[in-house]
Design a binder for this molecule. Sequence first.
Ligand code: MG
Length: 220
Amino acid sequence: MALPDNRTWFLPTGNLPIGTMYCIGRNYTLHSEEMGAPHTPNPVVFIKPPAAYMPTGFTIALPRFSSNVHHEVELVLVVGKDVWEVADDDAWDVLAGVGVGLDLTARDVQRDAKINGDPWAISKSWIGSAPVSPIVPLSESGRGPWNLRLEVNGQLRQQESTDQMERSIPHLISFLAATFSLRAGDAIFTGTPHGVGPVVAGDVVRASLDKLTELTVRFA
Ligand code: MG
């Protein structure tokens, strides 16, 4: 299969090279509860490489090493400038725009990794595991909150307001910047609300962020 040309965020304010994707786990209480996961004072963070990104309209090949891939709909923030340390009050200024994405997760592989104390990389970071909608500049989107919505084959599976996140967007930005630095083109997946579930070959998943932007992908 040919590799997709998937290296660029296209924005009216200037295109950006897709960088590291930082993902926040356990950021909505009801999802933590459905996973049976304990509350942690600091955010759970993992990373997807740029090759995990896919644009809307693509068909995503489910990984052969898993028989249970789950959808997780998430607000995605795209970073517009390089920062190391940033105050919460200045954190919104770091962002170029927002979108909606899927943190696709090989749940069976992740379960085994949790049991064995292994990293989540294979379960979370395979090629195609991070499809994202077109990005809306912050000047158009405002600062939210927004409604996240996900349908599988036309059936509603996840719906929640981003105001239910346990940690604020400025806090996530300042925490990640102080820990890793953030570079223009990096992205932040802000965690999924409850209602995660499996996708199989032939499914069509549509996700949206209010009426601002949407993502449609098919699975094979
Ligand atoms: Mg997630």
